[in-house]
Ligand binder design. Sequence first.
Ligand code: PYC
Length: 314
Amino acid sequence: MSRSSQRIQVIDSHTAGEPTRVVIAGGPELGCGSVADQLKLFRERHDRFRSAVVNEPRGSDVLVGALLVEPADKSCACGVIFFNNVGCLQMCGHGTMGLIVTLAHLGRIQRGEHRIETCVGVITATLHADGSVSVQNVPSFRNAKAVSVDVPGIGKITGDVAWGGNWFFLVEQHGQRLELGNVEQLTDFTWRIRQAVNAQGFPEIDHVELFGPPKSAAAHSRNFVLCPGKAYDRSPCGTGTSAKLACLAADGKLRAGETWVQESILGSTFTGSFRWEDEATGRILPSVTGTAFVTGEATLLLDENDPFCWGIRL
Ligand code: PYC
């Protein structure tokens, strides 16, 4: 090993097929501010660290990173900064489930409720006896109903804009086959929608979500979710499911306490439900449950002499 190699300890997991890499040691010094403050520093000064951890040749476009940080709120078990192939995520549902099974694997937490500080607020994650994890996510809401956009090469597409910890454009009517064998077409289709929605006054939209009938009789809906770096979510997407619950609640299609089983493009599922935070404004408190498994323990080596030390970036 070269003398200049930096060592980063990670634990890999997957949640309903979507991978998470938790950085447990070797991360940058980000001070002792809130996680939102630490995220600002991470974005400004350590973007190459982000790329080194999740991008090729050590990772891939699909991988979501989760950097464990010191929480400012001392009632929290930890703070976390989520990131992907192109930048930082504000929240991540599948990543939180991956983080919880990772902390349990390390013996740092036991069954029960754990508060976690994210850059968009404190969330609570519950590790159940059967190993599943429920994420009580940040308050979620629909921002705009039935927004129509002219998508070049496709035509008029109508969808809802909603917040579930990330910003989503949710589309029911699209004429696409939600099949694993069709992901190239779905990726192109949703990428075009994202660009058109962003250009038409919703620049904050980072994810696009298509819905269709489920394959499993136990599920209520199937989805395809395009992430900001053009990878599709293998899981049903925790923040995307929260945004969906907010839309269902706003339309009166799901009542508080009822469950919604969201199937992913892989057929894996998350079970969601909500409580009202404020019925008058349509703000809900979503809870999303899924299962994650630890898949690896590793030490990443960063050798400055390696031309791809900081990952392959666009
Ligand atoms: O589960 O919230 C989620 C998520 C966001 C991006 C990938 N997964």
